[in-house]
Design a protein around this ligand. Structure first.
Ligand code: PLP
Length: 381
């Protein structure tokens, strides 16, 4: 029987925006969580060199030998933490890490808590793997993050996935909150999976902690896609509890053999390109302010705090009953591409839109100007 998997709707929005562009229209891209920049310059130089000099064959399933220690050093710098590189596996993006981690940690039928709103692929992956995604409904009262009380009310659980900063709301669990969730999971023998893909992308004095520092049994997932601006290179990593290192390795050997060799070398070089990458974060911070100032003037309400990642989650149901129709109208009439919330929130998502601010500042200004004009037109019409 074919698997009953929902589409990742964002990708369909991306396809409509691309079609609109190919038809000769200008598009302000605020729909996808993909930096408008490529991999950092120093990393691209390595790619050019290796293409001419290296056979770029299979690597070990856990990655080229230099990359896990380099990531351990990066984590050491970021969190003042000593991580054994043997616990780090290199994967095909965070997505590949999730598949391996879920398969290694859980049996079919496992009940794994995921927030609603939240990143839709957690739910869809769990379904594909014959596990149950248990929705934890979160809202502004807990900054769209789970709490121990909410998890306790969810019934029996085998696992919990948290994302901080989160997609689509950008909200962050502060270190004490993450510690409380990790301790509760450890006490209850529930596996914590912490998606830290947006670490490095926070604004103001917001602090992020890693679950690796807080629990020996947590699985941490991360990626070169976001801070490192390398979505299409498809490289991520997971920091595993000791007992899952071999199971994940065996799964990787059989399912993917190894992540792409060239991409791993590029990722290794990207770890040394922090100046260029930090400049992107400064740009995101400026873009964020453009949206936080402009979106309310254009009629959006209930903006989530956007403390991290590069998204603003905003309420739109007073503007249109279904945000899918609203987003389609914006694309058609204004060339503004944004993502209706249905992906992230299966029941209430039609009331929200997610705006991504990882593009160029001109894109943010252009989109806000168009939305303001649209708003004035609808108010006067
Ligand atoms: C919260 C979250 N986790 C995981 C992923 C997957 O990222 P990757 O490109 O590393 O597979 C994304 C991608 O947007 C994401 O937003």
């Amino acid at each position: 029987m074919p698997s009953p998997i929902d589409p990742f709707y964002v990708m369909e929005v991306v396809a409509s925006a691309q079609r609109h562009e190919q038809e000769g229209n200008a598009v302000f891209h605020l729909e996808v969580g993909q930096p408008s920049t490529g991999a950092p310059r120093g990393a691209i130089d390595v790619a050019h060199r290796l293409l001419d000099s290296d056979t770029l064959g299979y690597t070990t399933s856990r990655g080229i030998p230099e990359l896990p220690p380099a990531i351990a050093a990066h984590l050491g710098r970021q969190y003042d933490l000593d991580v054994d590189p043997a616990r780090i596996a290199i994967t095909q993006g965070a997505s590949g890490a999730f598949v391996l981690a879920l398969l290694a940690a859980f049996d079919p039928g496992a009940r794994v808590a995921v927030t609603t709103p939240g990143y839709p692929c957690y739910r869809n992956m769990l379904t594909a793997l014959h596990m149950t995604a248990v929705p934890i409904h979160v809202d502004a009262t807990t900054r769209f993050q789970p709490t121990v009380d909410l998890l306790e009310a969810a019934g029996p659980l085998d696992g919990v996935i948290v994302a901080s900063p989160s997609n689509p709301t950008g909200t962050v669990l502060d270190p004490d909150e993450l510690a409380a969730l990790c301790s509760w999971c450890d006490e209850q023998d529930i596996r914590m999976i912490s998606d830290e893909i947006y670490h490095g992308l926070t604004y103001g004095d917001v602090q992020t902690a890693t679950a690796t520092a807080l629990s020996d049994s947590a699985i941490v997932i991360n990626s070169f896609s976001k801070y490192f601006s390398m979505t299409g290179w498809r490289i991520g990593w997971t920091v595993l509890p000791e007992e899952l290192v071999t199971p994940v390795d065996r799964l990787a050997q059989n399912l993917v053999i190894c992540p792409a060799a060239l991409s791993q070398h590029v990722a290794l070089a990207a770890l040394d390109c922090r100046d260029e990458l930090d400049a992107h974060v400064d740009r995101y911070a400026a873009n964020r302010q453009i949206l936080l100032d402009g979106l309310p003037k254009a009629g959006m309400t209930d903006l989530a705090p956007a403390d991290g990642a590069f998204y603003v989650w905003a309420r739109t149901d007073h503007l249109a009953a279904d945000s899918r129709l609203l987003a389609a109208e914006w694309l058609r009439e204004l060339g503004v591409a944004a993502t209706p919330g249905v992906d992230f929130h299966p029941t209430d998502g039609h009331r929200y839109v997610r705006f991504s601010f990882c593009g160029a500042p001109e894109t943010m200004h252009g989109a806000i100007d168009s939305l303001l004009t649209w708003r004035l037109r609808s108010l006067s019409g």
